[in-house]
Design a protein around this ligand. Structure first.
Ligand code: SF4
Ligand code: SF4
Length: 420
C-alpha cells in the first residue's frame, strides 16, 4: 500500500478551545510536586513540613549530576509529603504545598533573540531551569547534549502539529508567544550544534494557516495531511534525520536564557463533551486534575477521563492526580467507551493504517502464541505506539499494548501469568 494512504482519516475538532486565549489558573489552593523522578532515580529533598518555599526555589536536588533540580511552581508552605502512583510517572513521593502565590511567566513586549550567548551558557540555563520537553517527558538538556554529541542532526523541529482531533495547546502557545518560541528553538539548535530549524504545523485548518503568516515561510514546515499519525513532519531535504522539541520547551528555554526563569507551568488543553468551557489553561505544575476540570466547568457525569490525546491517552479515574511536566491534554467525555474484545477477524485494517508498515495482527498472533523467536522478522521494535491500529480494530484488540510487549520481549523467553 502507498504509505501516504496509511493512518486514520481525521476530522479535527479543536474548535472552541483553540479559538480562545490561554486562561491562567492562578488560584490553585494546593499543589503536589514530585521529590523524585518517578523511575527509581532518587533526589535529595531540601524541604520539610511547614517550610515556606518560594516559586522557582529548589525542592529536591539531583543525586545524579546529569539530572535537573525539582522546583516549586508556587510560593507557599509545605503541608506534608505523600506517596502516589502516577500513570505517566510511576511511583512518586510528592510534597503537598499550600499555595499562596502563583505568577504566570511573562515575556518582553518586544522579544528579541539573545545575543552573545554560547552553547555552554544555554545548556547551563536549560538545566538550572529544570526544563522538561513536553513532547516526550525527557529533560531538555539531555536531548540537546545527545544531539551535540552525535553532531549528525541537520535540522531541529519545534513540533506543533498536534495530529489528534482535540488538542490545541501547542497551537495556543505558538499563537500567544510566537517570537519567544521561535527564539527558544534557535537557542536550542545553537546549544545542540544543529544548523537549521523549522516549526512544523499542520495547516489543514484555517487557524494554522493564519498562524503560519506570523513567521517567515522559511521557518515553517507546513503539513497538509489530515491523517493520524503524521509521518511527514520532516522537510523532504532532511527526511529521517531531524530532532524534535516541543513548543513549550522552546518557550521555557527562551525564558531561562533571557531572565533565568525556571519552568514552573504547562499549558494544557481541557476539552471533551463533558466540559462546559473547553479551554487551554496555564496551570502551575502540581495542580490537581480536579482543579483544572472545575476551572472549565466539568459535567459531574464524566464517563471517560483521558490524560493525553484521544488516540494514545491514558484513562484515569483519580482526579486528585497532579498535572506534571509533559502533560498537555485532558479529555473528559460523558459516555464511557465500553468495548468488548473479540477474536481477530482478519480484516487487515490494523496493517492498512500502520504508518510504519507493520503487521500488528500477525505480531500479536505470534506473541500470544509464545513464538518469540519468530517475532524479529516482523520488527515490532519499529512501533512508536501511535495507537492507530488499536483505534481502527473492529474486534477491539489491544494491539498497541501487544505490539509494544512483543517489542520488549524479543530475545527473552518468559511466560505472561496475567494479573495474578
Ligand atoms: S501502534 Fe505501532 S503497530 Fe500500531 S499503527 Fe502505530 S506504529 Fe503501527
Ligand atoms: S484490525 Fe483487528 S480484527 Fe482486523 S486484522 Fe487487525 S487485529 Fe484483526
Amino acid at each position: 500500500m502507498n504509505s501516504a494512504k496509511r493512518g486514520i482519516p481525521m476530522l479535527l475538532d479543536k474548535g472552541v478551545a483553540a479559538a480562545k486565549p490561554i486562561v491562567v489558573l492562578g488560584d490553585v489552593k494546593r499543589v503536589y510536586l514530585p521529590l523524585s523522578y518517578g523511575d527509581q532515580r532518587r533526589c535529595r529533598p531540601v524541604v520539610k513540613d511547614f517550610d515556606t518555599v518560594m516559586a522557582g526555589s529548589v525542592l529536591a536536588e539531583p543525586i545524579d549530576l546529569d539530572d535537573v533540580p525539582l522546583i516549586s511552581s508556587v510560593t507557599g508552605v509545605v503541608a506534608g509529603m505523600s506517596e502516589m502512583f502516577h500513570p505517566l510517572y510511576g511511583q512518586l513521593t510528592c510534597s503537598a504545598i499550600d499555595a499562596m502565590l502563583f505568577e504566570s511567566p511573562t515575556d518582553p513586549v518586544t522579544p528579541t533573540m539573545p545575543e552573545d550567548v554560547d552553547a555552554d551558557t544555554i545548556m547551563k540555563c536549560c538545566k538550572q531551569a529544570g526544563i522538561v520537553d513536553e513532547l516526550d517527558g525527557v529533560q531538555l538538556h539531555l536531548k540537546l547534549a545527545d544531539w551535540a554529541a552525535t553532531g549528525t542532526t541537520p535540522c531541529l523541529i519545534a513540533d506543533a502539529t498536534e495530529p489528534e482531533p482535540f488538542q490545541s495547546s501547542a497551537y495556543a502557545v505558538l499563537r500567544a508567544h510566537s517570537k519567544p518560541v521561535q527564539f527558544g528553538l534557535r537557542l536550542a539548535a545553537l546549544a545542540a550544534g544543529i544548523p537549521a530549524t523549522r516549526i512544523a504545523l499542520q495547516t489543514s485548518y484555517s487557524r494554522g494557516r493564519k498562524l503560519a503568516e506570523r513567521f517567515d515561510p522559511n521557518d515553517i514546515h507546513s503539513i497538509r495531511r489530515r491523517r493520524y499519525p503524521l509521518f511527514d513532519k520532516e522537510p523532504a531535504e532532511y527526511r529521517g534525520q531531524c530532532g524534535f522539541i516541543g513548543v513549550q520547551a522552546c518557550l521555557a528555554l527562551y525564558r531561562a536564557v533571557t531572565d533565568g526563569t525556571p519552568q514552573t507551568s504547562t499549558v494544557i488543553t481541557v476539552t471533551g463533551d463533558a466540559i462546559d468551557e473547553p479551554r487551554n489553561l496555564l496551570v502551575p505544575f502540581g495542580t490537581p486534575i480536579e482543579a483544572a476540570l472545575q476551572a472549565c466547568g466539568v459535567d459531574k457525569t464524566v464517563g471517560l477521563l483521558l490524560l493525553g490525546d484521544a488516540l494514545s491517552g491514558v484513562e484515569i479515574t483519580d482526579r486528585s492526580l497532579p498535572i506534571l511536566p509533559g502533560m498537555t491534554c485532558l479529555l473528559a467525555f460523558s459516555d464511557p467507551i465500553k468495548k468488548r474484545m473479540r477474536s481477530c477477524i482478519g480484516c487487515g485494517q490494523c496493517a492498512a493504517v500502520c504508518h510504519k508498515g507493520l503487521l500488528p495482527y500477525e505480531i500479536a498472533r505470534r506473541y500470544e502464541n509464545l513464538q518469540y523467536e519468530r517475532l524479529s522478522a516482523l520488527e515490532p521494535q519499529e512501533c512508536d505506539a501511535c495507537a492507530a491500529c488499536s483505534a481502527v480494530c473492529p474486534a477491539h484488540r489491544p494491539l498497541v499494548q501487544t505490539v509494544q510487549q512483543a517489542a520488549h520481549s524479543m530475545g527473552t523467553i518468559f511466560v505472561d501469568w496475567g494479573d495474578e
